[in-house]
Design a protein around this ligand. Structure first.
Ligand code: FPP
Length: 247
């Protein structure tokens, strides 16, 4: 179970929303906002490294985002390519381990190859686990974990009665990483949009009006301070939450 919030969150996940509105306010195309969003990614990575957050999971492209206008999808793919070419060296030097989580088979070969190369290169790092969710959906994540369990049953490696939460958890994209402590969504909408549905079970939720390109280390600090004021009870009463040994 995660520690009480007097310690920084071990795992933060962010829905980076508001790039389009940020660009529109400046009479620029949506891709301009996505480019500006890249700087905010750098800010939160720096912030997490400074604050000792172990894992950061960012929602960069949902399974539903393919339905956006073709030029916007193309601009996002180009942006991911450039970001991979430009940022991986520094992330590696900073000790970040990069993982792309989601159905990666949908990306074209050059992008897919760069993702795999970045993951392979940084595999030995452990200062920050940086997960970028691309072509990801929370329901997809649960379905593929269920499929893995079903396959193991068919192969005779698993008994149906041994399928439980812990076993299914092993099949999820973020298995082996710390449980999700803090979910942040920028851009003013108060919904989770099919992100990390399974992992959100006991996460603290934080919604801010700040548009993603404006989200910086100070904004992250505010979210962490808000989290620090929460009482995480996991279904117990206050007195038990304050003293975990108490029955
Ligand atoms: C949602 O804002 C944002 C996205 C769909 C793309 C997120 C991508 C980035 C922040 C680019 C940098 C990322 C990496 C990993 C290099 P929106 O377009 O829905 O904004 P709106 O709600 O204002 O229209």
């Amino acid at each position: 179970m995660s520690p009480q919030p007097s310690t920084p969150p071990r795992h933060i996940a962010i829905v980076m929303d508001g790039n389009g509105r940020w660009a529109k306010a400046r009479h620029r195309p949506r891709s301009f906002g996505h480019n500006a969003g890249r700087k905010a990614v750098r800010e939160v990575v720096e912030g997490c490294l400074r604050q000792g957050v172990e894992t950061l999971t960012l929602f960069a492209f949902s399974s539903e985002n393919w339905q956006r206008p073709q030029d916007e999808v193309g601009a996002l793919m180009t942006l991911f390519m450039h970001a991979l070419d430009k940022e991986v060296d520094e992330l590696h030097d900073q000790g970040a381990r990069l993982r792309f989580v989601g159905d990666l088979g949908a990306f074209d070969t050059p992008l897919h190859k760069r993702m795999v190369a970045a993951m392979t290169r940084t595999v030995g790092n452990d200062k920050l686990h940086l997960n970028i969710a691309v072509n990801y959906g929370g329901r997809w994540d649960i379905v593929q974990a269920a499929r893995k369990a079903a396959e193991a049953v068919v192969l005779g490696q698993l008994r149906v009665e041994d399928i439980n939460e812990q076993q299914l958890d092993h099949g999820m994209c973020l298995a082996e990483l710390p449980p999700l402590d803090l979910f942040i969504r920028t851009g003013g909408e108060c919904r989770v949009s099919n992100f990390l549905l399974w992992q959100l079970a006991y996460a603290e939720l934080y919604f801010t009006e700040t548009l993603w390109p404006d989200f910086d280390q100070a904004s992250l600090q505010l979210a962490i301070e808000d989290y620090a004021r929460r009482e995480r009870r996991y279904g117990r009463v206050s007195e038990q939450a304050a003293r975990p040994g108490l029955t």
